[in-house]
Design a protein around this ligand. Sequence first.
Ligand SMILES: [Mn+2]
Length: 319
Amino acid sequence: MKPFTKVLKRIQKYDIIGVFRHVSPDYDALGSQFGLVTFLKDNFPDKKIYALGKDHSSFTGKLYPSCDIVDDEIFKNNKFLAIVLDTANSERVDDERYDWADYIIKIDHHPASGIYANFQIVDESKCATAEMLTEMLFSKEFKNTVVSQTTAKYLYSGIVGDSGRFQYSSVSSTTFELAAKLIATGFNFVKEVYTPMYTRQLNDLKVTGYLLNNFKVTDKGVGYYHISAEDMKKLGITFEKCKEHVNLLANIEEIKIWVSFYEDIENRLWRVSIRSRDYKVNDVASQFNGGGHDQAAGANAYSYEETYKIVEALDNIIN
Ligand SMILES: [Mn+2]
């Protein structure tokens, strides 16, 4: 049986479907999740469809609806299907109750690390999970279903987010073909996607100013900055907001790899976002409790000192 047919058969089989994605969601995680949830609700109105996980402090409300609060009883007392999107490993699934499902499907474009699903479609060549879903929903296997403007809008936001507005090397001619199909549904991509995604507030300029005054660069070209919990308080930003500044040091000739460290006081660690133009950084990320794509990865450092070990390790991969 073809993979998309297999997914469709499972969707048809279950009355309750939970759609999951990774913790600290990005546009692809949320765009994929709400794209699929909206699609399922539109095409299978008799089923109960839930979006699981915590809301995002700034994307929720602006671009996406709130996630659902689902009672344990519902998942305990019923056989349900879990579809987990954009999440490489089980530890990163937001809401561990996905594991209570009768059947688990994973759809993802991260390098696979550990199998947690009964069935998975993993394609590292795709720029976004939303691209994979777009391909599936427009496939001949799904020909008797409809992709609404709302579904299309969410999926488009996921592709735009993970491709950096169609500029990364993960973008292919297929990406554009699929994006064109989404746009053809007729949603207003300027007003409904780009404006909510890229309009910044005055306070963001203050944060940018602070980071531009405080970043450092090693001789070999690793650019980095730290945002401590105290800095966040002073700057009036949330922990999630920090992530949005990750590409501040991108597109600077002398900076080959750029890294942001932001303190997660609740979990007593530093979150690390690593990006690069040419170097493969996910091996270093996996040495430090993380992983991800070749040129965009994340890690955790358990002390301020350890953040410098990461800078050193990244320095060592630059020739
Ligand atoms: Mn993704």
